[in-house]
Each structure stands twice: as C-alpha cells, then as structure tokens.
Design a protein around this ligand. Structure first.
Ligand code: FE
Length: 344
C-alpha cells in the first residue's frame, strides 16, 4: 500500500515536471549559442541581450574548429541556433559545410560594411582585427618598413618571427595577398619570407611579439589584440615586453593592411531563428559594438564607432577592402603555397 502510494506520487511528480518543462519551453524564449570566444568576453553582452529582450541565452563555449566539427556531427539535430567564431576563413568553412543559413536583415546590412559580411548573408563580422607588422622600437627604424612583401628584403634576413602556417590567421593573410598579387608572386614571397625567418615558427602571435621584445627577431606579424592584451594584462613582464613594440601599418600606399573579423552566423539547424536574428542585430548596435570591440581589444566592425584609446594611440590606418569571403575561397590555395615554401 505504502509503495503503491509512493509510485503514484512519483508518477504525479514526473508528469507535472514534464508538463511544466513543456510549458516552460513555450513560455521562455531562448537562443542557443556555440561560441569560441571565452565566456568572459561574450557572456556580459549576452546578459545585456537577455535583459533587453527577455530572450534567454544558453551559452556553450569551445575551440573554434571543435565547435564546427560538433555542428557537423550534430547535423539537423544540433541544439545550436548561433555560431560565434573568429576568422572569416573559418566562417566561410562553416558555410561551405552547409552549417549556416542566410539572414535577411536591413539592420545588419546597414550596420556592417559589405566587405565584412558574407555576400549571401550567411555570416556577419562582429569585430575587426588587424594583422600589422610589429617591430622592436630600439632596433628598427619604421621608415625601413613598407609592406608585407618587403619583409623578404635582405635587410630582414634572420630577423622575422611569425607563427606556423597551420594557423588560420596566416592562411587568411596569405589568401589576401593571393587575391591582390596572384599565386606566383605570393609563392615567391612565401619562399623569401621563410628564408628570412629568425627561427622555426613556435607558439602563437603573443609569442612572436615576446620574441621581438627578447631580441630573437626584429619584426613580427601579429594581430593587434594580442599586443593590447599584453598592455592590459597587469603582468609587469608582459607590459615591459609590449612597451618595446611598435606597430607598423603595412601597405598604406596600396591595398591597405590585412584585416579579419570575429563573426556570427545563424545555424542551418536553428530552431529559434527569429531570436537568433534578434541577437545578431543586437550585437550590431552601436553600444554593443563599442563594448564588444573594447573588451576584446579589437576594432568595431561598424563605421563611426570609436575604438579603445590604446588602439587609437597606434594611429588610424587604411584597411584592405577585400571582401573577406575571398579569404575562405582562397584558403586552400594559400595553404598549398605555404606548404611548398616550407613554412612549417
Ligand atoms: Fe587570436
């Protein structure tokens, strides 16, 4: 008798739970986000979105390529509505795997310059990163620097630090050069650059900057937010290293410095497409653009939004106006060139 009542009670509780769960799904709008940005760099702005719209955001963070693999494996059953990742080459890849869908939004078209979004509206840049040349202020006269191509000059023999060709940032840089100069010229350039390496590529962008500061090389190619991060780190050693580094904007007399984006896409599998679109539009608003760029040490993708004062100190610069989807289109060409040049 006792156990029968227990079973009945348990059944009642489970049934109520299922009902409530079912109701809750209908009652509480939500959007599921897969993000390669660290939680601290994205969560506050997602919280602001929830506060403004009442739409709950469920955040899953992970590594860029792992999240794309996860979306692929989950297919149509994926709970993800939105993918946030870095590098247009990777956003292009997600699109070419059929993991994204088009979002037709006047707000996004207006806020985000055409070069920084997919021509078919499958992904949109959220923030802009530049990949300039960085140099040792005490050893290099910036007047001796011109553009990426001139890093192969004899003057820089044994003095160039840059990370591995396995990294998509370099693949995208090389792809941008192919778009502008053609395969043959870039193949020659890559061979010349490898010839000028100070050492076999090791570590990430921050390690190249540190190597310049430590005197292992005179020049490096690195994304600006790493230098920003070192200056903001509060670690005296990193600060001291970063203070020895100058930022040189290459190719100012022709196509402009190579830039890339962190970006966002609505997944093909999205069950909450409308809420996802609302989130994209929220992230393109002026105040969010400013917050998002500043916390990441990047530039706002939207024109007319002021960058962080530290970035302003490095000066304005002409950006390569190439449509960033080209970086994806030319990715395999770039990888081939780097392989042949013996760029590890
Ligand atoms: Fe990075």
């Amino acid at each position: 008798m006792q156990s029968f009542r227990l079973i009945k009670t348990t059944f009642f509780l489970v049934a109520t739970g299922v009902l409530l769960g079912g109701c809750a799904e209908v009652a509480d709008p939500e959007v599921n986000v897969y993000s390669s940005r660290k939680e601290a760099l994205i969560k506050p702005v997602l919280d602001k979105f929830t506060a403004a719209t009442g739409i709950k955001v469920n955040l899953v963070t992970g590594k860029d390529d792992a999240l794309i693999e996860r979306l692929k494996a989950e297919g149509a059953a994926s709970p993800a509505d939105v993918l946030i990742t870095v590098d247009a080459g990777r956003l292009y890849r997600a699109k070419s795997y059929g993991l994204t869908q088009a979002v037709e939004s006047d707000a996004l078209q207006t806020a985000i310059p055409a070069a920084f979004r997919d021509p078919e509206n499958h992904w949109f840049g959220l923030s802009l990163r530049a990949r300039p040349i960085m140099y040792a202020k005490n050893r290099v006269n910036p007047n001796d620097l011109q553009n990426y191509a001139s890093l192969t000059d004899e003057q820089w023999f044994g003095k160039v630090c840059i990370r591995s060709s396995e990294n998509i940032y370099n693949q995208s840089l090389v792809a941008s050069m192919v778009a502008s100069l053609g395969t043959e010229a870039v193949a020659n350039w890559a061979a010349g650059l490898v010839n000028n390496f100070a050492r076999k590529p090791v570590g990430g962008d921050r390690d190249q900057i540190k190597a310049v500061a430590a005197g292992q090389c005179d020049v490096a190619v690195a994304n600006t937010y790493y230098l920003f991060g070192m200056l903001q780190s509060g670690d005296p050693e990193q600060l001291a290293a970063a203070e020895q580094i100058g930022v040189f904007w290459p190719n100012q007399n022709d196509r402009g410095t190579h830039v890339n984006v962190s970006g966002i896409a609505v997944t093909k599998a999205a069950k909450n497409k409308e809420h996802a679109q609302q989130l994209l539009e929220f992230l393109a608003q002026d105040d969010t653009q400013s917050w998002y760029a500043n916390v990441n040490g990047e530039y706002p993708v939207k024109a007319g939004i002021e960058a962080h004062p530290l970035l302003i100190k490095w000066g304005g610069f002409k950006k390569d106006a190439l449509n960033l989807s080209k970086l994806g289109e030319l990715n395999s060409e770039a990888v081939k060139i780097m392989d042949r040049a013996g760029w590890p």
